[in-house]
Every structure is written in C-alpha cells, then in structure tokens.
Design a binder for this molecule. Structure first.
Ligand SMILES: Nc1nc2[nH]cc(C(=O)O)c2c(=O)[nH]1
Ligand code: SF4
Ligand SMILES: [Mg+2]
Length: 226
C-alpha cells in the first residue's frame, strides 16, 4: 500500500500562516497538480506547465515528514485531494504517525469531501475548504453539497479580491448553512486588509474570522517553502 506514488512539489517545516492553527509549527506536504486555475493563485508552481518536484512513494513522504518535530501537518497543493484513493492512502499513512495531533487539508471546494469523510474516522483530520469567489474565475466549479458536510472543527475560507467578492461571500454564507468556521482572507495584491475589516464590521459579520497569511507578512510574499 505504501508503494503508491504521488507527484509532489515540496515538504517543509514552518509556522502555519492561516486559519485557527496560525502560528503553530507545522509540516507542509504540498502535492503537485490542481483541477482549478484561480486567477490570483499564489502557488502556480504546483501544476503544469511547471513540473512535479519528485514522484514519491507514500513511504518516502512519511519518512521525510518524520524528520521534523512539528505535531501539526498541513496537506496542501495544488489540490491535495486530487488523487482519490491515493490521497486517501496518504492520509491514512500520516495517521499512523502517533506523534501527530492534527492533519489539516487545504482543499479547493471543487472536490467531493463525502468520499474522504466516509472513509476517515480520526478526529485528527480537519478540512479547510476554500470557496472560490467570482474574482478567482472558478466559482462555477464549487460544490455546494460540501457545506453541510463540514463540521465545527473544519474551516471555510473565502479568498476576497474585491468588494464584489465580499458581497458574494456574504450571500453564499447566508444561503448555505454550515457548521464550519468562516474565514475571510484578502487577496494580497488587490484587497487591503484594512478595507476588508471595514467591510466585515459594516456588515456586522460577528461570526467571521479575518484570515491574514502570516507567511506573506513574515517573508517575501513570493518566497517558496515558508
Ligand atoms: N506558512 C504557510 N502557511 C500556509 N497555510 C496554507 C498554505 C498553503 O500554501 O496552502 C501555507 C503556506 O504556503 N505557508
Ligand atoms: S485551487 Fe489553489 S492551487 Fe489550485 S489554482 Fe486555485 S489557488 Fe491555485
Ligand atoms: Mg501558500
């Protein structure tokens, strides 16, 4: 089972930059490949025409992860759930590492989460699902059926490029009940964080958490592997 091969971009240790675990030392496992092409994507090196860094077996991935001491894992990409049963096998293998306390999966909203939720029972696995807004160019790919599947420990991230994106995010949240924590994250280049805060307060979004990407504040926003 652990001989399954997965195209990878990189494995590195840093602090989580986003969500409820922001600031905690975390190992990032970045898979190659994505089924979307968001206009503002900040990891364009994670899908063609760029090439995968390496095709690794699950055993090799696990071995590398174990060289670090973080207790949190972020499975990201690209889209880490692009490979169906292979992505699932990787998650099950990561769960065998006893020292790990939390495996969060950065998924893009265009993948059926039910397949994974039905097959993963561990409370250590959490989903951080993006909802792609009009500014991304990929909103029509979003699967609304995922909203009701997300649990209180999961996170639902809206990446907001403009005031129009903000208005759509508010409407989508109103129309699609979910138990997940809503995160509003500004697109670094086009939405000043102060503007997003102003909009959140103006619209009395008391249940929404502002999500700034710490790694873009700490390091050069174009820097990889941080
Ligand atoms: N520090 C840091 N935190 C992150 N959280 C999500 C990331 C991602 O690329 O999915 C990311 C990343 O690339 N770096
Ligand atoms: S889903 Fe993520 S990795 Fe894929 S194109 Fe959009 S932002 Fe980039
Ligand atoms: Mg990133």
């Amino acid at each position: 089972m652990h001989e399954i091969k997965i195209p990878m971009v990189e494995i590195f240790e840093t602090v989580e930059g986003e969500g409820t675990r922001a600031g905690f030392p975390t190992v990032f496992v970045r898979l190659f490949g994505c089924n979307l092409r968001c206009s503002w994507c900040d990891t364009k090196y994670s899908y063609p025409p760029e090439q995968a860094g390496d095709v690794m077996t699950i055993s090799e991935i696990i071995e590398q992860v174990q060289t670090f001491s973080s207790r949190y894992i972020c499975l990201t990409g690209g889209e880490p759930l692009l490979y169906g049963a292979h992505s699932l096998a990787l998650i099950h293998a990561l769960l065998e590492i006893e020292s790990l306390e939390d495996i969060h999966i950065e998924t893009n909203g265009a993948i059926e989460l039910g397949y994974y939720m039905e097959r993963i029972e561990s409370p250590k696995v959490r989903y951080i699902m993006d909802f792609k807004l009009p500014g991304s160019g990929e909103m029509e790919r979003m699967l609304y059926s995922n909203f009701a599947l997300l649990r209180a420990e999961d996170e639902l991230k809206f990446v907001i490029a403009s005031e129009a994106d903000f208005a759509t995010a508010v409407q989508v949240l109103q129309e699609n009940p979910t138990a997940a924590l809503p995160l509003f994250s500004p697109v670094w280049e086009t939405m000043p964080p102060a503007k997003l805060v102003e909009l959140m307060l103006e619209h009395k979004l008391s249940h929404v958490k502002l999500n700034l990407q710490l790694h873009k504040i700490i390091w050069d926003p174009a820097k990889r592997g941080v």
